[in-house]
Design a protein around this ligand. Structure first.
Ligand code: SAM
Length: 250
């Protein structure tokens, strides 16, 4: 069944109003007709079964005929502090991270980040938010992942430890101590985890030392050097799987 995130205010007293863009998609692209059903999500974690009642060129209407908590939303809050990447790699991380259950993405300007112009990045925000929305609809998420404004590496370190139960920085020169070891060393499963991933050129040693001083766990992802986007998604998958967000697990 087709799923669409809609602004919360468009669901009121059992009626749903789909704006012109969605009306066009429902009517002209999906060729849907009154009486057919879609799922509407208002980013609350709930999802609504909606029966379409009218499809006009500039808006569509439906009535709510059921609602359930969304099953696709993880309990774990995982924030990915991703150093900015060149080209469409950052967008690829947004899409795949959403599918894997990332709750928030924070673009990080680390010292070796090639992409550094925060203003130019902000211009890409509408495109990035569309990628997040489409990936969340496709993967049956119940909420839209948040996309923060770009921060410096130092700010990322300070914020991550302040708001997460566990913060980890994968570093190819970490030597020992795997990501899995760090997760299993805890007395109880964390409710929130932060992952800090470097840019194409990696973190500078000073950055890793700063993270360590902030009690961010430095971990290895094994002996192979992963591309940043690979490291991001491998780390997210390990955390989500180990903490029971991908079927079995704790
Ligand atoms: N500095 C490396 C080089 O020159 O080839 C590349 C860094 S890698 C492309 C980008 C990021 O992925 C790193 O900053 C780190 O966060 C993560 N990463 C890649 N391989 C890793 C590994 N084996 N263990 C831990 N982190 C890794």
């Amino acid at each position: 069944m087709h799923r669409f995130f809609v602004p919360p205010e468009s669901i009121s007293q059992g009626l749903v109003t789909f704006d012109a863009a969605l009306a066009h998609q429902l009517r002209n692209v999906l060729r849907m007709r009154p009486g057919e059903q879609v799922t509407a999500l208002d980013d609350s974690g709930w999802e609504y079964l909606v029966e379409l009642t009218s499809l006009e060129p500039d808006r569509a209407l439906g009535c709510v005929c059921g609602q359930n908590p969304s099953q696709g939303e993880p309990r774990l809050r995982l924030t990915l502090y991703q150093s900015m990447l060149k080209g469409d790699r950052f967008e690829w991380v947004l899409q795949k991270g959403t599918e894997l259950g990332v709750s928030a993405f924070v673009p990080v300007l680390s010292r070796r980040s090639v992409v550094r112009d925060a203003g130019r990045m902000e211009k890409r925000r509408p495109r990035w938010e569309r990628i997040l929305r489409e990936a969340a609809e496709q993967s049956r998420r119940g909420r839209l992942p948040q996309l923060a404004v770009p921060v410096s590496f130092d700010a990322a370190c300070r914020e991550s430890v302040r708001v997460h139960d566990l913060s980890l920085i994968p570093w190819e020169d970490a030597g020992t101590g795997s990501l899995l070891d760090a997760l299993r060393a805890l007395d109880a499963p964390p409710k929130s985890v932060a992952l800090l991933i470097g840019p194409e050129g990696g973190f500078e040693r000073e950055e890793v030392m700063l993270a360590r001083r902030q009690e961010i766990g430095v971990v290895t992802l094994g002996p192979r050097i992963l591309r940043a986007e690979t490291a991001a998604l491998a780390s997210v998958a390990i955390v989500m799987s180990e903490l029971g967000e991908m079927g079995a697990g704790r």
